[in-house]
Write a protein that binds this ligand. Structure first.
Ligand code: GLY
Ligand code: MN
Ligand code: MN
Length: 473
């Protein structure tokens, strides 16, 4: 019997990977704590986006809305009330005679109660009436200032000369972002699951990769592994860039045929329970790194390790990126790709993105990067999760593009001197792009690399690439 229950709960988890209602209540409590007394917060859920004619893109809930409610379908609103007794009001589609004919049927009242546990449920068409009623007597209202439709409605209500409506309007987003920055153990478990699925895809791709495949076939394998492991969606469009495409940061065209001698950047992340992984591995299509590929790879790997090892509570967020970038600059100088390792603009020619971002419900997750006091970036705290992802991208035409990109800040003479000095190294390393990205959790003692299970060293990658795959034969 016990086994049966265990089995059933495992099955239901597979069908609906989502945090329990108590978690969402805890999220709301974190936000309520930051709200002024006698206040109300109101949010609208994501609207469906049209793809073409009358076809919609697959729906995904707004992450802030999901964080506070767990509700994941279109046409929703919520109100959060901070008073003597906090209240959570949810507005969601109700079942009617036509539901479930053209589109998925709405949640039943029992499911709404079980999954989201609101104090009161209304249908979306009751929203304006209830909002007006609840705003009466409140001192402050919070809403997302980028939600102009809602802003107009609120302004209309609160500008009435009678009814004692709120006089103070605050942006709600920073409060939710602050709460989202520190992940609970249950959220970390979701992220870990998303990362584990992503790593399984990385490992399978390492086994399956060979010249002759198209990038879209590699992408198909990634998607297949995700879905087969119960990830319903990608956290972001996979980046599968081979050869020259390895130097395009967010490449997503997938139409090139892989060749021996290519590097391939795989920047991918499964979504699980709405939480997104973001793990990058870069592999040689032939299965063996060439000396040039290894030169670049080892620098990026050492830079990433330096950033990861900086991670500890109390360290400024910016310190992680600086530790990584210092190693990149020194390595670029060694290879002859820059002439001055202390020059920020020279390093930017080959590493043009930031090294870290918060990770959670959004791949580039919510949360301020600024210190709450003083300078130096937000101080790391246990429960924060972020990526460490340095890279070097030697695109073949980088030197031709330089005048347009750097000409506004750097003199023509200096640019010419730079180009002349580094041209031989660019010739040697052109079309090699390398990024290595892991997902790092800040712990009490330091950090945990959530994505460390995916091969990362030259040797680990080459060893796994010797193995074969059941797919893409
Ligand atoms: N996958 C996007 C990024 O690494 O930030
Ligand atoms: Mn990434
Ligand atoms: Mn990233």
């Amino acid at each position: 019997m016990r086994l049966m229950i265990l089995l059933l709960s495992a099955l239901s988890l597979a069908a609906r990977p989502q945090l329990p209602a108590t978690e969402f209540a805890a999220h709301r409590a974190k936000v309520l704590l930051q709200m002024e007394k006698n206040s109300l917060a109101v949010m609208t859920g994501a609207k469906p986006l049209m793809r073409n004619n009358d076809i919609e893109y697959p729906f995904r809930q707004n992450s802030d809305f999901f964080y506070l409610s767990g509700y994941d379908r279109p046409d929703s609103r919520l109100i959060l009330i901070k008073g003597d007794q906090p209240r959570f009001i949810l507005f969601v589609e109700q079942a009617g005679p036509h539901s479930g004919i053209w589109n998925t049927a709405p949640y039943s009242p029992e499911e709404v109660k079980k999954y989201f546990a609101p104090d009161t449920v209304y249908s979306p068409d009751q929203f304006e009436e209830i909002l007006k009623q609840e705003l009466r007597g409140k001192s402050t209202v919070y809403y997302d200032f980028t939600d102009h439709d809602l802003g107009e409605k609120i302004s209309e209500i609160v500008s009435a000369p009678w009814g004692r409506y709120p006089k103070t309007l605050h942006d709600f987003t920073p409060l939710v972002a602050e709460a989202r920055l520190i992940k609970s153990p249950a959220e970390i478990a979701m992220l870990q699951k998303a990362v584990d699925i992503t790593n399984a895809a990385h490992r399978e791709v390492m086994r399956a990769t060979r010249s002759g495949l198209f990038e879209y076939q590699v992408n198909a394998l990634i998607t297949f592994i995700y879905r087969s492991m119960n990830s319903p969606r990608d956290g972001f469009p996979s980046i599968v860039g081979s050869g020259p495409n390895s130097t395009i940061l967010h490449y997503e065209k997938y139409d090139r045929q892989l060749e021996d001698g290519d590097m391939m950047v795989l920047d991918i992340g499964a979504e699980y329970g709405m939480y997104s992984a973001d793990v990058t591995r870069t592999i040689p299509v032939s299965g063996t790194f060439s000396p040039e590929q290894k030169d670049i790879y080892e620098i990026v790997l050492a830079a990433q390790q330096a950033g990861i090892e900086k991670t500890a509570p109390g360290v400024g967020f910016g310190e992680v990126g600086r530790a990584s970038t210092r190693v990149i600059s020194a390595g670029l100088k060694r290879l002859g790709l820059i002439t001055d390792e202390n020059s920020r603009w020279q390093t930017r020619v080959w590493l043009m993105h930031g090294v870290s971002h918060w990770l959670g419900l959004d791949t580039h997750d919510a949360g301020s990067y600024l210190a709450r006091e003083g300078h130096g970036g937000r101080l790391l705290e246990p429960g924060m999760v972020f990526t460490v992802e340095p890279g070097i991208y030697v695109s073949a035409d980088a030197l031709e593009k330089m005048d347009k990109i750097f000409g506004r800040y750097i003199s023509a003479e200096e640019l010419t001197r730079f180009k002349d000095a580094v041209r031989p190294a660019v010739e040697k390393y052109k079309n090699i792009g390398v990024r290595i990205e892991d997902d790092i959790l800040v712990t009490e003692k330091g950090y945990k690399n959530l994505s460390g299970e995916s091969p990362r060293t030259v040797k680990e990658i080459e060893n796994l690439m010797k193995k074969s795959s059941a797919y893409l034969k």
